[in-house]
Write a protein that binds this ligand. Structure first.
Ligand SMILES: Cc1cc2nc3c(=O)[nH]c(=O)nc-3n(C[C@H](O)[C@H](O)[C@H](O)COP(=O)(O)OP(=O)(O)OC[C@H]3O[C@@H](n4cnc5c(N)ncnc54)[C@H](O)[C@@H]3O)c2cc1C
Length: 643
């Protein structure tokens, strides 16, 4: 199956879910109290659970459908509705039930997964602490084995170790997957996950469990995020999720992975599904924002020729420049994320190198998708002027909900550093495997040779404007060069005996730069590949626009590295303009192709063509509108200030 066929296979799940989300029971309002919002989200989650949407990804023997692609498609589609619901779904089914599925033994799955997957057992995923977020290895909550009672004692040593920001912890969760330092005998076996019941079925906190509400947040206020603390709470030994480490009846710790470091990263690696889902859901929000902005800009007219009719905002080049490259990037990211979802769903989980690659792809693409979306929503808001600022037109809602996507499921900057380090390691192995001398010995000339081997025909002239091969080579070159610079930098530090942490800190920005170069090359390649050998003309234009805009965005780098002349670099601007103009007639179709139903878009400026005018004229807002000419016929009384 190809990535394309894979994404098409989820079409029926998307279609049925969209129908459900457009039904009266999922009707939503943008202005409501936090309590009402939470109540709606709770009710919707129950419906999704009952209908089986939560268990789609789990094996049939545990009450699921064994359909991972459909589970991903569900999460992504929910982001067209209320993003609080999407994340609440992710917390219950992806994080809480997912922790049991990924970290539990077959017996533990048999015991809990059916209920968790149908929302009969509401749960939460308690990893982060106030004192430690990105640094998971530094968590301070402990789970200590007591051989006398054959129990684990879960304890929070202080305020800094409260589990914090935990979705569903403040009100709904009855059980928590608690990540804690596991102590057995005299030894700390590192971070492990323990199931801890926290509330009874009536919602009362159990003995020794303390919960607080995180209160109002910038967004996602339909979710009850909160803090949890445990005062020596006892749970049976068998509550330790035991796929990667168990305690025998004799009180011995055993693990199939001896190396604690490897065990830790293998455990975290199984949770990559959250990152894959979050990247895709963010892109749904970008699509919503672009659909609203493009449709409005097409119908909204401002200025025009003297005594002629006013023209659409979308006919202005600046507007095209603000919106069209973002449409192109959204399409390109879609292809890359489809590739990631395909790899995630079809690779053998026991094939460790393949799994590491999926983790790498997710770590590279999640920052690209979430930053792109946040930035796109803001640009769309501004592109709609005052209308964009009204709550009813959705941008505030979208922006506030998406904001935190850059932080949770792995902070973006941390993820990019991981990508850089991981790729550097692979590169070092590649050099060694190739029989080359140690990296330390690579001379500048060899570096050039190495790059040339990867870019046999480095096309650095105007062909870059129209030739996808030349575009691809440019992305290739930047990635290879950035990686080599990084390798040389670390090498030089090693020779000078710079302490490891100091060396990493001094190369952090290069790691991040490299990871972006890697991701942008990957996005270009997967988008190009997804178009096939005989691409549709419109989609090919989007591919060009993606590449040209990215090249233009970082043109200083290419000029600094003498890849382009300043003339070729300057020409990129006109090329982006040219492609933008050529896309103008297709812009509305390009966003409508995403197929977001009007009921979910909600924004009146996008769903009722010329609606603002009709509504004002119709007096629905209490204005008579008498004597106001229809917008489409309005004459321009003023030319553009610059005209
Ligand atoms: C709404 C919401 C919902 C959440 N839901 C859950 C949940 O259900 N369960 C759960 O376990 N957690 C949850 N989280 C927690 C979330 O995963 C963490 O916030 C995230 O991992 C970041 O941790 P932190 O907030 O401690 O930030 P920190 O790790 O303190 O990072 C703060 C900043 O410092 C930077 N930084 C950190 N370390 C370095 C470094 N070495 N080098 C350079 N820069 C660095 C980061 O890039 C970041 O910009 C949620 C958070 C929020 C806000």
């Amino acid at each position: 199956m190809t990535a394309l066929a894979f994404s098409t296979s989820t079409a029926s799940t998307r279609r049925e879910l969209l129908e459900l989300l457009c039904s009266p029971e999922f009707e939503r309002t943008l202005e409501q109290s936090r309590a009402d919002h939470r109540a709606d989200v709770r009710r919707w989650l129950k419906i999704l659970g009952e209908k089986g949407y939560g268990a789609l990804g789990f094996a049939k023997e545990y009450g699921g459908a064994g359909n991972q692609p459909a589970a991903l498609a569900t999460f992504e589609t929910l982001a067209y509705h209320d993003i609080s619901l999407c994340i609440k779904y992710g917390v219950q089914f992806g994080l809480f039930a997912g922790s049991i599925d990924n970290l539990g033994s077959p017996e533990q799955k048999a015991k809990y997964l059916r209920d968790a997957g149908h929302a009969h057992l509401p749960g939460c995923f308690a990893m982060t602490e106030t004192g430690h977020g990105s640094n998971v290895a530094g968590l301070c909550v402990t789970a200590t084995y007591d051989p006398d009672t054959d129990e684990l004692i879960v304890n929070t040593p202080g305020r800094h170790a409260y589990k914090d920001y935990i979705g569903s912890a403040a009100e709904d969760a009855q059980m928590a997957s608690v990540f804690a330092q596991l102590h057995v005998g005299d030894e700390n076996h590192g971070v492990a996950c323990v199931l801890v019941p926290i509330r009874d079925q009536d919602g009362n906190l159990l003995d020794g469990v303390h919960a607080e509400d995180d209160g109002a947040k910038a967004g996602l206020n339909g979710i009850d995020n909160g803090r949890l603390a445990f005062d020596n709470v006892r749970v049976p030994r068998t509550n330790l999720l035991s796929r990667f480490g168990d305690i025998t009846e004799d009180g011995e710790y055993t693990s199939p992975i001896e190396n604690p470091n490897k065990r830790f990263f293998t455990m975290l690696g199984t949770l990559v599904g959250g990152r894959v889902s979050v990247a895709a859901a963010a892109l749904s929000a970008a699509k919503s924002a672009l659909t609203i902005a493009v449709r409005y800009s097409d119908s909204r007219k401002q200025f025009g020729p003297p005594d002629g009719e006013e023209i659409s905002l979308l006919d202005y080049l600046t507007h095209q420049r603000r919106l069209f490259p973002r449409i192109a990037r959204t399409y390109a990211l879609r292809a890359a994320l489809d590739h990631l979802a395909y790899r995630f769903s079809t690779d053998d989980p026991e094939d460790h190198p393949a799994r590491r690659e999926v983790e790498l792809l997710a770590a590279a693409l999640k920052p690209q998708s979430t930053w792109h979306t946040l930035n796109t929503i803001q640009e769309c808001r501004e592109a709609c002027g005052g209308q964009g600022y009204l709550t009813e037109n959705r941008f505030a809602d979208l922006r506030n909900d998406i904001d935190i996507f850059t932080t949770f499921e792995g902070d973006n900057t941390i993820l990019l550093q991981l990508v850089g380090k991981e790729r550097l390691k692979a590169f070092q192995q590649e050099v060694k495997a190739g029989g080359a001398r140690a990296l330390a010995a690579i001379a500048a000339e060899e570096v050039e040779q190495w790059i040339k081997r990867r870019n046999p025909i480095a096309r650095r002239d105007e062909s870059i404007y129209t030739d996808p091969d030349a575009m691809g080579e440019a992305f290739d070159y930047r990635e290879a060069r950035a990686l080599l610079n990084l390798a040389n930098g670390f090498n030089s530090d090693r020779r000078k005996k710079v302490p490891a942490l100091e060396s990493v800190i001094s190369h952090q920005c290069d790691l991040v730069h490299y990871a972006r170069a890697y991701a942008e090359r990957l996005i270009f390649c997967t988008f190009r590949e997804s178009l096939g050998d005989d691409p549709d003309e419109g989609l090919e234009k989007l591919l060009h626009l993606y590449a040209l805009e990215r090249l233009e965005n970082d043109r200083g780098w290419w000029v600094e590295h003498l890849y382009f002349s300043t003339g070729v670099s300057a020409g990129l601007r006109s090329e982006v303009n040219r492609v933008c103009k050529s896309l103008r007639p297709h812009a509305v179709d390009l966003v409508n192709a995403w197929g977001i139903p009007d009921q979910l878009l909600m924004a009146p400026i996008a769903t009722l063509p010329f609606a603002r005018n009709e509504r004002i004229l119709g007096g629905s807002r209490g204005t008579s509108g008498e004597g106001v000419p229809a917008c489409s016929k309005a004459k321009s009384t003023q030319t553009l200030p610059v005209a």
